[in-house]
Design a protein. Sequence first.
Lengths: 113, 116
Amino acid sequence: GESVGLHLPTLSVQEGDNSIINCAYSNSASDYFIWYKQESGKGPQFIIDIRSNMDKRQGQRVTVLLNKTVKHLSLQIAATQPGDSAVYFCAESYSGGYQKVTFGTGTKLQVIP
Amino acid sequence: GAGVSQSPRYKVAKRGQDVALRCDPISGHVSLFWYQQALGQGPEFLTYFQNEAQLDKSGLPSDRFFAERPEGSVSTLKIQRTQQEDSAVYLCASSLPRQGAGDGYTFGSGTRLTVV
């Protein structure tokens, strides 16, 4: 079925550098996109979201970009810190439904001190 | 408690055993979801409840999987005759009605099931 996927399974960055995690989605009906962070032994934790009527949204140290033309999402983390080390998932949903979320396979972010 | 509570945190089952996994959602959260997360993969949807009604069970992988939420609060995911391919982390999430899947969702820490 249609799903959300990621380009890079593992990303290593130096502490203080910016990180960019990419994601491709394929379901044209999805109109709501979310980035989650998952640490070992924990459930996914919401980071930031974006609706399909936007192409950029900023949070604290994080920015999500949405390119609907090529069905691409990215998560940018500024000044990456050791506490950012985790697996990051992009996910998609449809606001007209009951908020079922479809996750991608994840990118592991390793921050090098 | 303030979060979604799942128990047990770890479960080891012999192949063929039945298991029951429990989810205590946040009080007042009408919507409840179960997800299955295989090692190194993203969570995959299993089933959805609105109060006690199971409105979507399209993600349950076989008829060995059964979920219930009889009083609209605590939910139990039951797996009969467990197989090795059932080994995964089972995550529960809850939300208020009409809340977005982003910060409206709260996930529990999951139950790690290992079938030997």
